[in-house]
Every structure is written in structure tokens, then in C-alpha cells.
Write a protein that binds this ligand. Sequence first.
Ligand code: RB5
Length: 144
Amino acid sequence: MIAIGSDHGGFELKEHILEHLRGEGIEVKDFGVHSEESVDYPDCAKPVCEAVLGGECERGILVCGTGIGISIAANKFKGVRAALCGDVFSAKMAKEHNDANIICLGGRVTGRELAFMIVDTFLEAEFQGGRHAERIKKIHQIEK
Ligand code: RB5
């Protein structure tokens, strides 16, 4: 199960990604928002982060206007590694090297078709471990 959420700035792109992934047969849980009414992005990051950290969802997708605010907020949750990605290479590396468990996108920045490629790439990628695992351990040390 994949968790997805957005604020109002990311709502439209979030809806398109949701439809795209479901069209691919991927199970996605939508944590909202459900309209373009103005909300605060930290509130939108929270349920997706909790679903990923709690194990209900394997990976998460968060969208705000730029992807910046929601990624900053998500990375305050201990154990979340949220990567703001605007290109496919970064999306692949975010999982392979950084073991990102949440990908963030900017709904006002990244076009729909590119966003689909970014999300697909992130979801298909696997963490490579090895030297990268040692670096993730150092992130855990910082969190402590
Ligand atoms: C909302 O207007 C906007 O500030 C928000 O979606 C996001 O871009 C913040 O980083």
C-alpha cells in the first residue's frame, strides 16, 4: 500500500498521481486533502508520515505547491527520509542510495507526465544497501 497526501497547492497533481497509480493496479491510500481549500502543509504531511512509520504503507507520496514545505515538515518525523524530486534520476537515487521512504513533488513546479515518471521510478527502485546503509545509520545517529 502506498500513502499519498497533499495540501491545496498539491491537490490537483495529487489527484492525477492517484488516478495514474490506481490505473497501474497499485493500491494507494489517499490521506487528502480533497479540495483546493487553503490548509497548512505540516498538517497534511503528518498522516502520510504516520502511515509509513507505522507500517500501514510501504512508501509515501506528498505534494504541496513547491514540494519544499511538505518535505521539510515530513523530515521532522523521526524515521522519515523524504526526498523532494523534480527529475527521474533523483527519484531513482532517492531510493537506491538514500532509502527515501517518502517522495515529495511540487504541484506548481512539475508537470503531470514528468510527475508520473518520477513517482513510477521511485516506486520501482530498491535500496542498494552496502555503503549506503552505513550512511543511513549515521542519519539515525543524528536523529538520536
Ligand atoms: C501554499 O500556498 C504553498 O505555500 C505550499 O503549497 C507549499 O508550496 C509550501 O512549501
